[in-house]
Design a protein around this ligand. Structure first.
Ligand SMILES: C[S@@+](CC[C@H](N)C(=O)[O-])C[C@H]1O[C@@H](n2cnc3c(N)ncnc32)[C@H](O)[C@@H]1O
Length: 220
């Protein structure tokens, strides 16, 4: 109930001022949330899409987040810093092959002190099932971005589905409707969403590589 009341205040753009001890109108966006500086590596999710991920996190306040395919860790770092900076207590589980994770940890000293990121080494989707299923986790937000094939995208979405909270958002990178190179990703996402009744919003435009935001059907 307390959480709902807090949410309602924020929707009405009101915040409690500890000094005046009164509810006051939020006057600037940065009183609500701020976005950390971003860095980019070719192969990583782009700036506009990272901002979209940040907005989905603000809206859904996930406690358990996953990223399939973490590469050099740029998106993992962004998500970790975003959670910390805005005092959200979520934790990101980032999955990739052992050599990729070892490389990211060597390259990026940030991760040695980032308590809200845990890397899971091994081959997807097996690691997803072992870690999420094995630890009884319910996933509140997911980023799907490993191998860009029909088989892999379908296997990851199907593995994730039973562990995903109803109403949870899934950000699928590389949903590029007109690009033959990514036809497998598009087909996999289209088939899965149609079969399982997920909402799907393709994201495409200036300075955007291409993604789709999915939503698992909420409980009625
Ligand atoms: C496009 S990159 C991910 C980019 C990352 N999400 C970012 O924004 O920086 C894809 C990653 O998926 C990983 N990958 C591909 N197939 C995989 C598999 N079967 N199991 C685990 N990781 C895999 C690759 O090693 C690679 O690092």
């Amino acid at each position: 109930m307390r959480g709902n009341a807090q949410m309602l205040r924020r929707i009405k753009q009101l915040i409690f001022n500890k000094e005046t001890k009164r509810m006051e109108v939020i006057k600037t966006q940065d009183e609500l949330f701020t976005i950390p500086p971003m860095a980019h590596e070719p192969g990583s999710i782009g700036y506009m899409e990272k901002i979209l991920i940040a907005q989905l996190i603000v809206m859904s306040r996930p406690k358990v987040l996953i990223e399939t395919g973490t590469f050099k860790g740029q998106t993992a770092k962004f998500v970790s810093q975003f959670l910390t900076r805005n005092r959200y207590d979520g934790k990101l589980y980032a999955f990739d092959l052992p050599q990729m994770i070892e490389g990211a940890l060597k390259r990026e000293p940030f991760f040695s002190t980032a308590a809200n990121v845990q890397f899971i080494k091994g081959s997807l989707p097996g690691t997803l099932l072992d870690h999420v299923g094995g630890n009884g986790l319910t996933v509140d937000f997911a980023i799907i971005d490993s191998e860009h094939t029909y088989k892999q995208v379908t296997a990851e979405l199907e593995t994730l589905h039973p562990f995903l909270r109803p109403g949870a958002y899934v950000f699928c990178h590389d949903y590029r409707e007109t690009d033959p190179e990514y036809a497998g990703v598009v087909k996999g996402i289209d088939e899965f969403t149609a079969k399982m009744g997920y909402d799907k919003l393709p994201i495409w435009g200036a300075d955007v590589w291409g993604a789709a935001v999915l939503r698992k059907p909420p409980l009625k």
